[in-house]
Design a protein around this ligand. Structure first.
Ligand SMILES: Nc1ncnc2c1ncn2[C@@H]1O[C@H](COP(=O)(O)OP(=O)(O)OP(=O)(O)O)[C@@H](O)[C@H]1O
Length: 238
């Protein structure tokens, strides 16, 4: 295989035997996972199952986990959290541009804000934004860095239902244009199915379900039932 072909087909994220314990309690128990470049993957699991721990490990934020097994991830990684983490003393555009320099930075920042629907809000303060707008700004801040991998930890968890639906459409369309690999942590089975091409369930320190999502709407109900069953939720809703 030619070297550049290998480059293209190599997974963006590759984990082998990743383990993490806190105070003697095992949270990640030998995780093996490949995420192909450009895939949109969602990670479901109960509260405390280790989703954020896994995401932090992939983001390179946890040095203890790195030594436990093999962890390969791109250098260009952006992380979006449940709260926007905008600096309140910087205007929206300055937040987006934080740490960036170069002649094109300003233009790219404005373009990214326009892409997330915040054209005209460049000089607003974060306190003047709604929750949804703040998350749009956080997405723009990620986007402008042209990440190979976007890690998102419950990015819509604090938003109302209607805003969430709009943000789903936005995230999916940004992904279609820029094609980063995405790993989205969520509690929400419907959000996972609506957005991802692959849904993982983390349970007892392992990936217990690895489900490819065919985006044919007819199959959604089955995916939902299967994932809810895997999570031990029997609400009787098909
Ligand atoms: N720095 C830490 N010190 C001690 N325990 C920790 C630490 N970080 C995480 N844990 C523990 O590891 C377990 C997994 O936490 P984690 O935040 O990864 O779960 P999660 O699946 O993301 O949960 P949630 O969905 O509620 O955000 C929890 O029991 C948590 O208390």
């Amino acid at each position: 295989m030619a070297p550049h072909t290998e480059q293209l087909t190599r997974p963006a994220v590759q984990l082998r035997g990743l383990t993490r314990s806190f105070e003697g309690r095992t949270v990640l128990d030998g995780i093996d996972l490949d995420i192909p470049a450009g895939q949109f993957t969602a990670l479901l699991g109960h509260s405390g199952s280790g989703k954020s721990t896994l995401l932090r490990a992939i983001a390179g934020l946890d040095h203890k986990v790195a030594g436990s097994g093999q962890l390969t991830a791109p250098e260009q990684v952006s992380v979006v959290f449940q709260d926007s983490r905008l600096l309140p003393w910087r205007r929206v555009l300055d937040n987006v541009l934080l740490g960036l320099d170069g002649r094109d930075a300003d233009r790219k920042g404005r373009e990214a804000l326009a892409e997330v629907g915040l054209k005209g809000r460049e000089r607003a303060w974060p306190s003047e934004l709604s929750g949804g707008e703040a998350q749009r700004a956080a997405l723009a801040r990620s986007l402008v860095r042209e990440p190979e991998l976007l890690l998102a930890d419950e990015p819509f968890g604090a938003l109302d239902a209607l805003t969430r639906i709009k943000m789903h459409a936005l995230l999916r369309s940004l992904w279609q244009v820029h094609r980063p690999s995405v790993l989205l942590v969520t509690h929400d089975v419907d959000e996972a199915i609506a957005l991802a091409d692959r849904v993982l369930v983390l349970d007892s320190g392992r990936i217990s379900v690895d489900l490819a999502i065919d985006r044919d709407a007819a199959a959604r109900g089955e995916y939902r039932e299967r994932l809810l069953a895997a999570l031990g939720v029997t609400d009787g809703v098909a």
